[in-house]
Design a protein around this ligand. Structure first.
Ligand SMILES: Cc1ncc(C[n+]2csc(CCOP(=O)(O)OP(=O)(O)O)c2C)c(N)n1
Ligand SMILES: [Mg+2]
Length: 588
């Protein structure tokens, strides 16, 4: 059985006397939210009771942080706000890390936090803390609900903020007495705005003069290059991007978050740029016009702000005006939605597109050739028969085994680094998810759970380090209980906090401190937890194990892959050029 059960949008509008928790649950029902994740406490129990009465799907989570990560994974797959909750104090403060992830990555989430009864606040209530002050900078908007009667209105506001402009997380902070208190509601109170069911709620276009100036710059360029970030997913701009790139013969490089902007197997795909790169960084160096789309040009994308040559003009299309010029001056800033902006650029260039395609024939023919050359150079690692297993071989086997519409979720450690560089999506879309907003470890399993429940008919593989897995292992119980039989967790077991160990190897003379983990058999642990555990030490067994996980539907699978323990070989070595050690700086 998979976790196919989700909440369907419903139209019957309630009215009459009810408590705040019921009003909240009624609003979530009307917004058709997916499975919710949280852990109860007294403050929100009327809400839990209403969920039960209304038959809404809600999963108890073992750590609120994971509940919000699961909501985040759900939101990335569906573009609909993920919903999670935590109770007063520690429940609420556990939400901080995943809410910042969603804030930085622009993911729509509506999080609920129970708060103390205002009749007793600030008298050392148990679990009480200044949670609104702690969480305010972690969210796009924190809404404190002071009246039971305002619950529908402020829930509506939460969905509006979560899905509008650059999407993001919103926290509804609900005091106990507001949740337990009653109000006589009219049916008109429960209005919802259908525009806010999913992101993007509405779209805006860059100013015409800016678009025309950008078009002129592109038309004059010999080697333009698109640098695409996660905004492409938030805008669902895949078709517009592919049309623009193909019509004008412009290759597409992507960040980790932007993977899937066009299929990695598309002849115009230049792969990952930034800290790790196949061919894209060389193309950046030789470009005469960089078109940045839905990308913040942060540290990793720019190799610590050193990647983009100062003399090359930058056109930057971005939904948040304040991001323009933050780390790099843009010759032309296009403030608007990615899909609309790309469509406008394509229109502005339409008359000239055939000439551009002809002029850039040789340029775009280079891309697949360079990619093939890179692949030849990497072949030894991609096909490695080493034991312990080489990370490149693992990702190569994923490339060979994962169906086009499946989803790969990658955790913050090497799981993210290696798949960011080597994993190939076969179609455009959000088929690769990495938590690059905050790059926390521990996202893999819970994020994968949310993705698996959002796409119950697809195999979802969550790749995580052993350190990241240790943080959240209790959620295997949740995944089993939630029926996420389509979820496979791949633990890249290097018995180390590997990234830290690799840095200690490279920069601290292999003086390792607090970077070793004990040898564990995660397959045995998974089996004991009622999941399907498979341990892989032989690289030739990888394909079979991944295929077994992908076809399993009854219970989650955990594949424990014993990967290199050599700290000198842990960094994505298929491109050692990225390893540059500067005094006082870190690798790459
Ligand atoms: C919550 C959190 N703490 C610390 C870090 C810093 N960090 C980045 S990668 C890494 C190593 C994690 O070990 P593991 O999950 O086993 O992944 P590996 O690098 O070994 O593949 C650490 C500690 C982080 N990103 N997130
Ligand atoms: Mg590790």
């Amino acid at each position: 059985m998979t976790g196919a059960a989700t909440n369907q949008p419903q139209s019957n509008v309630p009215s009459g006397k009810m408590n705040g928790g019921r009003a909240l649950a009624e609003m979530l029902r009307l917004y058709g939210v997916g499975p919710m994740f949280g852990m109860g406490g007294f403050q929100l129990l009327p809400f839990y009771d209403a969920l039960r009465q209304l038959g809404l799907v809600h999963h108890l989570i073992n750590d609120e942080r994971c509940g919000a990560f699961a909501a985040d994974g759900y939101a990335r797959v569906t573009n609909r706000p993920g919903v999670c909750d935590g109770t007063l104090g520690p429940g609420a403060t556990n939400l901080a890390t995943p809410l910042v992830e969603a804030l930085n990555a622009g993911i729509p989430i509506v999080a609920l936090a129970g708060d103390s009864n205002r009749a007793h606040s600030w008298k050392n209530m148990t679990q009480e803390c200044r949670q609104t002050e702690i969480l305010r900078p972690a969210v796009k908007e924190l809404i404190r609900v002071e009246l039971t009667s305002r619950i529908p209105e402020l829930t509506r506001r939460a969905f509006a903020v979560a899905t509008s402009g650059r999407p993001g997380p919103v926290l509804l902070d609900v005091p106990e007495d507001v949740c337990h208190g009653e109000h006589d509601f009219g049916s008109e109170d429960f209005a919802i705005d259908p525009a806010n069911l999913a992101a993007p709620s509405r779209r805006i276009r860059p100013a015409r003069a800016d678009t025309e100036a950008a078009a002129r710059l592109i038309a004059a360029a010999k080697r333009p290059l698109l640098l695409v970030g996660g905004g492409i997913h938030l805008s669902l701009a895949y078709d517009a991007l592919q049309h623009f790139a193909e019509a004008n013969a412009i290759p597409v490089a992507h960040t980790m978050s932007g993977k899937g902007s066009i299929a990695c197997t598309h002849p115009l795909s230049a792969g990952l740029f930034g800290r790790y790169s196949r061919i894209a960084n060389d193309l950046v160096a030789a470009s005469d016009c960089l078109i940045v789309v839905g990308c913040k040009l942060g540290e990793i994308a720019t190799r610590r702000y050193a990647l983009l040559p100062a003399h090359v003009p930058v056109i930057h299309l971005e939904i948040v005006a304040e991001e323009l010029g933050r780390s790099r001056t843009a010759e032309i800033g296009l403030w608007g939605d990615a899909r609309e902006g790309l469509a406008d650029l394509a229109d502005a260039l339409a008359g000239d597109a055939a000439r551009q395609r002809a002029a850039r024939e040789g340029y775009i023919a280079e891309i697949p050739k360079r990619m093939a050359k890179w692949r030849d150079e990497a072949a030894e690692r991609l096909h490695s028969r080493e034991r312990p297993i080489n990370m490149a071989r693992l990702v190569h086997e994923l490339n060979a085994t994962m169906p086009p519409e499946s989803i790969l979720v990658a955790d913050g450690g090497f799981a993210g680094h290696w798949t960011g560089l080597l994993y190939d999506t076969k179609v455009s879309g959000r088929h690769y998810i990495a938590d690059r907003g905050l790059a926390s470890i521990g996202y893999g399993l819970p994020g994968g759970l949310g993705a698996a429940l959002a796409a119950p008919d697809q195999p979802v593989v969550a790749m995580t380090g052993d350190g990241g897995f240790n943080m959240v292992i209790g959620e295997l119980e949740t995944a089993r209980r939630a029926g996420a039989g389509n979820l496979t967790v791949i633990v890249v077991n290097n018995a180390a906090s590997g990234y830290v160990k690799a840095l200690q190897h490279a920069m601290f003379g292999a003086r390792y401190q607090s970077s070793d983990l004990i040898e564990m058999d995660y397959a045995a642990i998974a089996n004991a937890m009622g999941c399907r555990g498979i341990r892989v030490e032989d690289p030739d067994a990888l394909a079979g194990a991944i295929a077994a996980g992908n076809s399993e539907r009854d219970r989650p699978t955990v594949i424990d892959v014993v990967v290199t323990r050599d700290a000198g070989k842990m960094l994505p070595g298929v491109d050692n050029r990225t390893v540059e050690i500067k005094k006082g700086d870190r690798v790459a």
